[in-house]
Structure formats: structure tokens, C-alpha cells
Design a protein around this ligand. Structure first.
Ligand SMILES: NC(=O)c1ccc[n+]([C@@H]2O[C@H](COP(=O)([O-])OP(=O)(O)OC[C@H]3O[C@@H](n4cnc5c(N)ncnc54)[C@H](O)[C@@H]3O)[C@@H](O)[C@H]2O)c1
Length: 362
């Protein structure tokens, strides 16, 4: 099997899909690995390290895509990469197709075997390849929010932890899953007043037990959301309905009631976002202001910490990549139902029902 590792080209992206260590593992299992020149540099890995691990270095991305049976990426292919996709090729990456109708059409037309990191399932029904990036995005969301709350960045000038004798900032986290729980942890660590809302009482119970009353847990319903968001200095959008377009949980009307200079970080933007006034931003221009509130909605937040994110991502993907190499793509998918759940497109069809529904293919 030939594995292609292109350099990521999304704005501000710094991750790479394979470390030299994973490369060495794949080569030992019998794969040939072709890495695009400089693909690992922003994550701190040199071409020489990949060469030493047994990879061939290709000067141009076209060479990486052309010969690969399996293209291993981090982010979904962008428009300038559509022509590089080879008919019938296997692609293993974050796809987020519910938010990508154009890419979906290309994958179907070229009969790409699109295996999405975000829908691969673990034995307990969770999403092991989404988890590490969600943890990173959750942790980052609080430091990003704290940064934009600063007066010089257009924010309201609230210090999340306050000081003795002043009110701390109020952080409202909507969604208590992987990203939400890690946002809560950071916000508590910074001394903020924290409220977290979810529909899943087990998640709320776990946080209640963990923080012993230090965090307010609330059922996510319109009344609670309206009251808490209107009072928030920092709102974190962290909801997910697997593979579906994110539900809108905060309306423009509620955003308009927030104090001027407050901040929203919508982590769920990669699934379309969960705040009505949100639209995607980029690392080049990460925020815009609407209703007096600063909106941050970068779909590849983990790229801010390329080294940690690459290590976190590849330690999660490694067992699956190894499975694909060891058994071949078809047999690996047949033998491992959790990996097979990652398949979103195959033979020109969308085979993941929630994606098909989100895009109107049913
Ligand atoms: N922007 C980025 O860079 C980035 C990085 C990583 C992950 N993400 C995205 O973050 C989102 C969250 O991922 P996760 O791993 O934390 O998901 P998760 O499944 O662990 O948690 C999602 C939570 O949302 C809850 N939820 C669903 N509907 C809700 C509602 N109406 N109100 C309140 N809670 C609700 C679920 O019960 C669940 O607890 C996903 O869209 C994921 O793709 C974005």
C-alpha cells in the first residue's frame, strides 16, 4: 500500500497527519509512505526525520496524491485539491461533510472512499478520533475568549478570574461533551464563574460530582439558555449531534441581549455552528463583531498548537492507520465495525445516514 501525506493548506493549519514515528510503524508493516516536502515543519518534524523513518519526500503535492492508495490528511480537501483526488482513492481525514456540500459532490463524482475521522466509533460508541481535537479546542476556547475579552482587543475588559472584591467573569458552556468538559476545566482553573448546559443529564451529573458545586449545571432548554447567555461574558458553543448539522441553540435575539464586548467562541462551527449569528472565520481574521458581541468561529482551532495537536491526533489515528496497512483497506473495514462507521462516501454514494440527511440526499 502507498500512503500519501500531503502538506495541509487550510489557512493557518499547522498539523500534519503522520509523525515520523507513525511513518516508521507503517513502513515496518510494509507500506510505502510518500510525504510532501515540508509537510511536518509547522508541527516540528523535518523532512530528514521522515526520510530516516523510511518515507520518500515529494517536492509537489500532485506527486503525493497521484500514486497513493490511501491519502492520510488532517483537514478536508479544499477546492484547489479537488483535481488531485484520484478516482476510487481512499481518503482518511476529518471530512465534516454535513457542512461541505461541494466537497461531497466531488467525493461522489470521483467515487472516493471517504473515511471521516469524526465518525469512526470506539467500542463504547464514542468518537476516539474526534476526542483529542475536541479536548484541545475546548481548552483553547477559554484562553482565546480571555484574550478577546481584553480591552485592547475590543472586548469588555473583563478578567475571567477577577480579583478579590470584584465579580469574576461568567463563562457559559453549551454542551458538556469532550470539548465542553475541557472548556469547563480551564474556565474553573482561571477562576471564572462557570455555568454548563447539556441535554444529557449523565454529563451534567458527572461535572456536578467532579466540581462539587463549583460549577452550575443546567438542563439545556430555551429558558435556561436565554437567561444564562444574556448574562455571560464568554459563551462557548460545544454541542454536537454526530455527523449532523449542529443545532442552533442560541438565537440572534439572545446574542443581542449580551453585554457589549462579550465574546462567543463557537467550537461547533465545523458542523455549521450552534449560534444563530455565527459564520466561519479563519486564523487570518478570527473574529467579527455583531450585536456588539465578538464572534470567534475558526473551524481548525487545534492548528494554533500544531505540535500538541499533531501528537494528540496521531496517537489516536495510529491503531486505525496500522489496521488499514496490515489488513488492506477493504479487509480492515470488513473486520472492524468501528472503523467502518467512519466511511461517509463509497462507490459514489453517501453511506452515513446522518450526513445524507443533513445534505438532503434522502
Ligand atoms: N472548531 C474546531 O477547531 C473544533 C475542534 C474539535 C472539535 N470541534 C467540534 O466541536 C463540536 C463538539 O465536539 P465534542 O467532541 O465536544 O462533542 P461531544 O459529542 O463530546 O459533546 C457534544 C455535547 O453536545 C450535547 N448537546 C447536543 N445537543 C445539545 C443541545 N441542544 N444543548 C446542549 N447540549 C447539547 C451532547 O449531549 C453532548 O454532550 C463538534 O462539532 C466537533 O466537530 C471543533
Amino acid at each position: 500500500m502507498i500512503i500519501g501525506v500531503p502538506r495541509e493548506i487550510k489557512i493557518g493549519e499547522t498539523r500534519v497527519s503522520m509523525t515520523p514515528s507513525l511513518c516508521r510503524h507503517c513502513v515496518a508493516l510494509g507500506a510505502r509512505v510518500v510525504v510532501e516536502k515540508s509537510a511536518g515543519l509547522t508541527a516540528g518534524f523535518t523532512d530528514a526525520e521522515y526520510r530516516a523513518a523510511g518515507a520518500m519526500i515529494a517536492n509537489v503535492s500532485a506527486k503525493v496524491w497521484k500514486s497513493a492508495d490511501l491519502v492520510l490528511k488532517v483537514k478536508e480537501p479544499l477546492a484547489s485539491e479537488y483535481d488531485l483526488l484520484q478516482e476510487g482513492q481512499a481518503l482518511f481525514t476529518y471530512l465534516h461533510l454535513a457542512a461541505g456540500p461541494e466537497l461531497t459532490k466531488v467525493l461522489l463524482r470521483k467515487r472516493i472512499l471517504g473515511i471521516a475521522y469524526e465518525t469512526v466509533e470506539g467500542a463504547d460508541g464514542n468518537f476516539p478520533l474526534l476526542k483529542p481535537m475536541s479536548q484541545i479546542a475546548g481548552r483553547l476556547s477559554i484562553q482565546i475568549g480571555a484574550y478577546f475579552l481584553q480591552s485592547q482587543h475590543g472586548g469588555s475588559g473583563v478578567l475571567l478570574g477577577g480579583i478579590p472584591g470584584t465579580m469574576p467573569g461568567h463563562v457559559v458552556v453549551v454542551g458538556a461533551g469532550n470539548s465542553g468538559a475541557h472548556a469547563v476545566q480551564m474556565a474553573v482553573g482561571m477562576g471564572a464563574r462557570v455555568t454548563v448546559l447539556d441535554l444529557d443529564t449523565r454529563k451534567l451529573e458527572a461535572l456536578d460530582m467532579e466540581y462539587r458545586g463549583r460549577v452550575v449545571t443546567l438542563m439545556s432548554n430555551p429558558a435556561n439558555l436565554a437567561a444564562e447567555v444574556a448574562d455571560a461574558d464568554l459563551v462557548i458553543g460545544a454541542v454536537l449531534i454526530p455527523a449532523a448539522k449542529a443545532p442552533t441553540v442560541v438565537s440572534k435575539r439572545i446574542v443581542a441581549r449580551m453585554r457589549p464586548g462579550s465574546v462567543i467562541v463557537d467550537i461547533a462551527i465545523d458542523q455549521g455552528g450552534c449560534i444563530e449569528s455565527i459564520r466561519p472565520t479563519s486564523h487570518q481574521k478570527p473574529v467579527y463583531t455583531q450585536h456588539g458581541v465578538i464572534h470567534y468561529a475558526v473551524p481548525n482551532m487545534p492548528a494554533l498548537v500544531g505540535r500538541t495537536s499533531t501528537l494528540g491526533l496521531t496517537q489516536a489515528t495510529e491503531p486505525y492507520v496500522a489496521m488499514l496497512v496490515r489488513r488492506g483497506v477493504a479487509r480492515a473495514l470488513a473486520e472492524h465495525p468501528g472503523l467502518a462507521r467512519g466511511v461517509n462516501t463509497r462507490d459514489g454514494r453517501i453511506v452515513y445516514p446522518a450526513v445524507a440527511k443533513a445534505l438532503g440526499y434522502t
